[in-house]
Design a protein around this ligand. Structure first.
Ligand SMILES: [Zn+2]
Length: 166
């Protein structure tokens, strides 16, 4: 039985449904139907512009975005869908906070909604380091369907991992 590593912490009743879909080999098809839209944000420049647009819409007063890039070294795991760092630097007399966001390269092939979710997640980390209530409020402010899309992204990762298996 699949241990569903991307879905740890979700209720067992939900996981049972996922296992059924996997057993019926229907998970990919269900996701494809629900998220038919792909994207063409396949380089770092496009990714930066994409993240900046979301930030300017909903997170204007957060520190400036310094860098946004795809990183093929990120292993996507339970609590690390992407990576964010904030560096504080002294510039003149001012302490400047600069934010950097890295997105796992596999999201180049993800439906647009999943890429957006991961960018929203990492943008929220600019203001909140931990996965606390304030953090998820920020996520939902930027993406009202955040929790559903995060779950479905984890489903997609689960499907990707299992699709080559016999
Ligand atoms: Zn996080």
């Amino acid at each position: 039985m699949s241990s569903l590593i991307y879905l740890q912490g979700y209720p067992e009743s939900l996981l049972a449904q996922v296992r059924t879909l996997i057993a019926q080999q229907r998970l990919g098809e269900v996701l494809q139907k629900r998220y038919p839209d792909s994207h063409n944000i396949t380089n770092d420049k496009a990714l930066y512009d994409y993240a900046l647009e979301i930030k300017n819409q909903s997170l204007r007063n957060a520190p400036p975005l310094n860098k946004v890039l795809y990183d093929n070294k990120i292993k996507v795991m339970k609590h690390a869908l992407g990576l964010h760092t904030s560096i504080s630097r002294v510039q003149g007399s001012k302490l400047k906070a600069r934010a950097e966001i890295r997105v796992a390269t596999i999201f180049k092939q993800a439906p647009e909604a999943f890429l957006r979710m991961i960018v929203v997640h990492e943008l929220a980390h600019i203001k909140e380091k931990d996965h606390n209530k304030a953090f998820y409020q920020l996520c939902c402010h930027m993406e009202p369907q955040y929790h559903q899309v995060e779950f479905d992204t984890r489903l997609w990762l689960t499907w990707r991992e299992g699709r080559d298996e016999p």
